[in-house]
Design a protein around this ligand. Structure first.
Ligand code: FES
Length: 198
């Protein structure tokens, strides 16, 4: 009886709605798809500098910012940490930044940074590209009885100090890379641009 009529009616309605949704969805999907294939947008995103507010980073803390698909480590160093850097020279492969490709000119100093209190490093091991772990405590570690804090790569055991300088005996040959960066103001840095600030 009328059941058939109702069912037919529902089927018709459902088909119409589904078709309508399908058409809408196709239009909706098309826009981001086109955008994501726009080479200039992709190129911009890949090379864009990254800004970071460094005012909230506690002394001893590390935060990670992504830049060009890589992790960039930001570490607020203590006075003690900064003081320890000097005494490590004879245990390091390249204590005086002899390999010039590893940091910009303004970071070619003992701290490997623009300001001693803030370390900015690419978190990519110079051996085969793993992410070194931040181990800031000054205490004997299974991998180093005289550990003064730094980075330990879990892949093959490379060790780096809190300026990203590689220890002798590590498979990594070079210090961690300091990316180009600058201060926009006291609280904000920009990674990927040298900027004009000291
Ligand atoms: S990738 Fe870090 S030690 Fe090999």
């Amino acid at each position: 009886m009328s059941n058939d009529g109702v069912n037919k009616g529902r089927r018709t309605l459902l088909i119409a709605v589904t078709a309508g949704m399908g058409a809408g969805a196709a239009v909706g999907v098309a826009v981001p798809f086109v955008k994501s294939w726009n080479p200039s947008e992709k190129a911009k995103a890949a090379g864009a500098p990254a800004k970071a507010d460094v005012s909230k980073i506690e002394v001893g803390q590390m935060v990670v910012v992504e830049w060009r698909g890589k992790p960039v480590y930001l570490v607020k160093r203590s006075e003690e940490t900064i003081g320890n850097l000097e005494g490590l020279a004879e245990r390091l492969k390249d204590p005086s930044n002899g390999n010039k490709g590893q940091q910009p000119e303004y970071a070619d100093n003992l701290y490997r940074s623009r300001k001693a209190e803030l370390l900015v490093l690419e978190g990519v091991c110079t051996h085969l590209g793993c992410a070194p772990k931040y181990i800031p405590e000054v205490k004997p570690e299974p991998f180093d009885a005289n550990w003064k804090g730094g980075f330990f790569c879990p892949c093959h055991g490379s060790r780096f100090d809190l300026a990203g300088r590689v220890f002798s005996g590590s498979p990594a040959a070079a210090n961690l890379v300091v990316p180009p960066y600058g201060y926009l103001d006291d609280n904000t840095i920009i990674i990927g641009e040298d900027g004009a600030s000291a």
